[in-house]
Design a protein around this ligand. Sequence first.
Ligand SMILES: [Zn+2]
Length: 295
Amino acid sequence: MLNQLKQRKGLSQEDADYREYLQKGFEGERKFDEILERLSKDSLIIQDLRLEANRQIFQIDTLVITRNNLLVYEIKNFQGEYSFHDNELKTHPYKRVIMNPLTQFNRTCTLLNILLDKIGVYIPLNGKLVFVNDSFILYQKTEHPDILLPQQIERHISQLNRFSEPFTSAQKELGDKLLYLHLTEDRYIQVPEYTFEELKKEALCPQCRLNLKIKNRRTVYCPSCGFSAFNTRIISEEVQAYVLLFPEQKLTTAVIYDWCGALFPKRTIQRVLATNYTESGTRKGTHYLHNSFCR
Ligand SMILES: [Zn+2]
């Protein structure tokens, strides 16, 4: 995965925006920690838990273990005005689309569920995407049940306290289990943030990682090492690379067409996808399910 990124992005470039983003995130988490101190002592709180399920690493900003459920909190320290419609978060009023933090949040919950299942723990999982910054304003038609806004945090905490039940040894046991599974720095490699837009769109030679060129209707070749292969083989390798980097995104003919730098005809891509993946959706909006590559 890192190789895919190195090829398409270049890892060495420093990113001041990203560092600022991390710093802001850190401040947000600290702020939420302070708020959680008002939570009754019957809850067990674990911060910055890093776990693995399905060979994917995920991080939980704050996990609260109560007697009856597990609460996952993903903390965001966004400032300013945003709007949320059709699962898209945009700045307001200029409508720049922001990476939807709910996607990340849902991924965390899904992977935690898989992990709990694996270790034989059956406890309801709830959680919230928390916006902690008082200057954060969100315009939405209906309130999203997973989003907790700054002015709702107090009420949320007192509600938890109202329904809290005495601490049990089972809670402690579960906490110990999760801490035992927590990954330390040396057990994982940090993967940098990336988006589809910023990565290079190209089909690469499997031997020397340089750009492939069209040879004839069915084959491509590498001008540098002479490698040649059927389009279908290269397409299916590029699909695997794409799925590895963007497991959450819809797999469509159009997206793979872009991903390969418009090198292959759409109908060939469509054929590869239809052969190897399960079709889903209407004819116009077909996308493919990639269960076979879940890891
Ligand atoms: Zn080559």
